[in-house]
Design a protein around this ligand. Structure first.
Ligand SMILES: Cc1cc2nc3c(=O)[nH]c(=O)nc-3n(C[C@H](O)[C@H](O)[C@H](O)COP(=O)(O)OP(=O)(O)OC[C@H]3O[C@@H](n4cnc5c(N)ncnc54)[C@H](O)[C@@H]3O)c2cc1C
Length: 701
């Protein structure tokens, strides 16, 4: 532009860029100090022949002063001059969106920019997310992140702040937690800004939706301190035994690995009673540990959940008050417990089938624990080779009568040696998790005292050979032990999803950096179409399942705190959560392994720990067994429930079963098909919009 002053010489001899030049080159539409108000700035702009930079500046000035009409006029000028809007134009428009335009218009701006193939940047997306957050539009904010990842732009702290803010405005606490987790997992320096945003959100929710949500968010923000200690700072001054999660190692032998759990529980950061008193913390501890699973494998995670959920959880579920009180002592001394349910013959059907017996001896007032044969040996018992204590499930016999499966809290080891008449062996080397000891246990008439029976719901009264007393009508000891399976299933579902998220994040970091030849010039591995689509699909599947499992957890926590049995509907939803989280994770990780090339063969990439998910598949209820139960429960109901396909399969199985029980196995494909329909219906009920496909581990031969 002839005649435009580019720079002036100041009194001190320096060159200073003129405002006119700034305006004309205006990629950065800021105001100079001399022109403090936007009216003067606009006047200056009008003196110049407009180009895109100056029009963007003008647009920005109108947006800042809230003059929508003039902003629209500038847009018209841009199009009249056949100028192509750039990322600054679109970002400026979205800034207006944050003030006055509806979230759907902001979303439209994002989509138009991408359609126009505008080179978008992090500022563009963070402005859009800010607009969605202000409107409390969580679905649009989460969709925007998917688009962003598609454009290969990694969210920064400002983006996470907006997501946390949007989730809290929408009152979705588990999504607040999720985005807080994601921010932490992405390795961004957590300077407290995210937590501050949670606190800010508390105040806002308090205005809008009442004190309850605010209190819950508030405690979430306060728990940030706890999380920090659990992950990083549990080592207290002067103590050599305390340990934090980030220091856990998996390259240690059984004893040393167990020492880590003893140290972790001695910190007292997670109480053995928290499953009942503070279940949200219990699940959070499991999730934070699972973040490390692609590095550590499944060994320590299983050791941890067996001790806190299966062992201590069973005492909480069926122990009397004194037995529950013992847990504090166990924790303080750093003792470890295992859970002996599975038997060699019964396998995944253990619990329903129990061949270990506990015979009441009225003379000595003891129980005599015996494995009736080799098939009754307990097997796969985690921590069995190091634990001092065990909860053992055995079929109770009193005065020659069978009273059903009951749980006994017994000493397994004294001064490092197994107690008399208990024989233990090692299950052998596994593909992963060899820091965890898995034992087989044979009982040869081991004697345990009357007080060993966890007797909140049923007891034995000594005298005259002994009498069995049921303490609560309709509640069986085994049924109540089964309650532990619900918390276990939710914990396992989270573990599978957390492992998968982490493996995808780690792999994505690699594929973003990895250069790749392409016909139109060098690109990166992420842009290979099948991998790119897989990333997008994984993101949307995982987001949906995290919402679903989060909702199951929220409802279960309520029951745990109130000491109530979950409703049948919630029990079914939890079974679905366990199946779908582990099977979809197996599917997604398997596909990732197929499409990322040689990287998947390398050590320390997380792929070598993929059998973590195999353990998720059969822990706390094997996928197939749970699916059989879902299908059995479904065919008992004649009411029209679910899709027409679900109703058709139900009717066909009901008709086939009229010909005899063998029809069940003969139609096994239909049984699993029906179960999958029940799974997707459950997800759709709690988190509408299911788009899941049948995972490869459940597909037909
Ligand atoms: C690392 C690890 C840690 C464990 N920790 C513990 C623990 O601490 N305490 C404990 O009690 N247990 C523990 N277990 C046991 C675990 O919970 C399973 O019960 C056990 O692994 C079953 O294994 P299995 O191969 O013997 O099952 P099997 O019964 O032989 O089943 C093999 C497969 O056949 C299928 N199947 C079997 N029966 C049926 C049927 N009727 N209908 C349809 N399909 C069927 C199942 O899908 C299963 O995948 C652990 C297992 C492992 C591997």
């Amino acid at each position: 532009d002839p005649g435009l002053p580019i720079a002036r010489c100041t009194a001190s001899g320096d060159l200073q860029i003129t405002d006119e030049a700034r305006l004309l080159f205006g990629r950065c539409p800021g105001k100079s100090s001399r022109h403090a108000d936007s009216a003067e700035w606009l006047q200056l702009a009008s003196r110049l022949e407009a180009n895109l930079g100056s029009l963007n500046s003008e647009l920005n000035a109108h947006v800042e002063s809230g003059d929508a009409e003039s902003a629209v006029a500038v847009l018209a000028q841009i199009s009249e001059r056949r100028l192509k809007p750039d990322v600054v134009t679109y970002t400026t428009l979205m800034k207006a969106g944050a003030r006055s335009v509806s979230p759907s218009d902001v979303e439209q701006i994002v989509l138009s920019a991408l359609q126009e193939k505008i080179l978008v940047d992090i500022g563009f997306f963070s402005t859009a997310l800010y607009a969605f957050a202000r409107a409390g539009d969580l679905p649009r904010a989460e969709r925007c992140v998917l688009i962003m990842r598609d454009a290969r732009i990694v969210p920064d702290l400002a983006c996470y702040n907006s997501l946390i803010h949007a989730a809290s405005k929408a009152g979705q606490l588990h999504r607040v937690q999720h985005w807080l987790d994601q921010a932490e997992m992405s390795g961004l320096p957590m300077t407290g800004v995210c937590y501050a945003s949670v606190l800010n959100a508390c105040a806002k929710v308090a205005d809008a939706e009442g004190a309850e949500a605010a209190a819950s968010l508030w405690s979430m923000a306060v728990s940030a301190k706890w999380r920090e200690q659990w992950i990083e700072a549990a080592v207290q001054k002067g103590s050599e035994t305390d340990l934090a999660v980030s220091q856990i190692r998996s390259d240690l032998g059984y004893e040393k690995s167990a020492e880590q759990l003893r140290a972790l529980q001695k910190t007292g950061l997670l109480r053995l009673t928290d499953l009942k008193n503070d279940p949200a913390k219990f699940f959070e501890a499991h999730r934070l540990l699972a973040h490390h699973a692609p590095k550590l494998g499944p060994g320590f995670w299983i050791r941890f959940t067996v001790h806190y959920n299966l062992f201590a959880g069973s005492v909480l579920a069926v122990g009397n008050d004194q037995q529950v009180a013992q847990l504090d002592d166990i924790q303080q001394k750093g003792l470890l417990g295992c859970f002996g349910l599975t038997e060699k013959l019964a396998g995944v059907n253990s619990g329903g089938v129990v061949k270990t017996t506990a015979e009441w001896d009225d003379a000595s007032k003891e129980f005599v624990i015996t494995s009736s044969d080799v098939g009754a040996h307990k097997n796969w018992i985690s921590q069995g080779l190091v634990g001092e204590l065990a909860v053992v499930v055995a079929d109770l016999r009193v005065a020659g009568k069978r009273c059903g499966a009951h749980a006994f809290l017994m000493q397994l080891r004294k001064e490092g040696q197994p107690v008399p008449n208990v024989e233990l062996g090692d299950m052998g080397r596994k593909t992963v998790g060899n820091d965890l000891d898995n034992a087989w246990i044979a009982f040869h008439g081991a004697r345990i005292p009357h007080s060993a029976l966890l007797n909140r719901y049923g007891d034995v009264q000594p005298g005259n050979g002994g009498t069995y007393i049921s303490k609560a009508k309709g509640l069986t000891n085994m049924g109540m032990i089964g309650q532990r399976l619900f918390s276990g299933r939710v914990a396992v579902a989270w573990a599978a999803l957390t492992f998968t998220r982490k493996l995808y994040d780690m792999t994505r970091q690699y594929s973003d950096r990895k250069k790749c030849w392409a016909p139109k010039g060098t690109s990166n591995l992420t842009s290979v179409p099948q991998l790119n689509h897989l990333y997008a699909r994984a993101d949307s599947n995982l987001a949906q399942l995290e919402s679903f499992v989060g909702e199951c957890e929220r409802q279960l926590n309520d029951c745990l705190r109130k000491d109530e049995i979950p409703s049948v509907a919630l029990q079914e939803a939890i079974a679905c959560a366990k199946i779908v989280a582990s099977e979809t994770s197996i599917d997604l990780c398997f596909r990732l392994k197929q499409d990322v090339g040689s990287h998947a063969l390398m050590g320390d990439t997380g792929f070598e720990q993929m059998d973590f998910l195999q353990a998720c598949k059969f822990a706390e209820g094997d996928s197939r067994i749970l699916m059989q139960k879902l299908a059995r429960d479904r065919v008992k109901v004649s009411k029209a429930i679910g899709s027409s396909e679900e109703q058709r399969l139900t009717a066909e199985l009901q008709a086939a079963l009229k010909g005899g029980a063998q029809a069940w196995d003969e139609n096994f494909d239909k049984v699993y098909d029906l179960a999958w329909h029940v799974v997707t219906r459950n997800i759709d009920t709690l988190c509408p919009g299911a788009t899941l496909r049948l995972p490869c581990g459940l597909s037909k031969l």
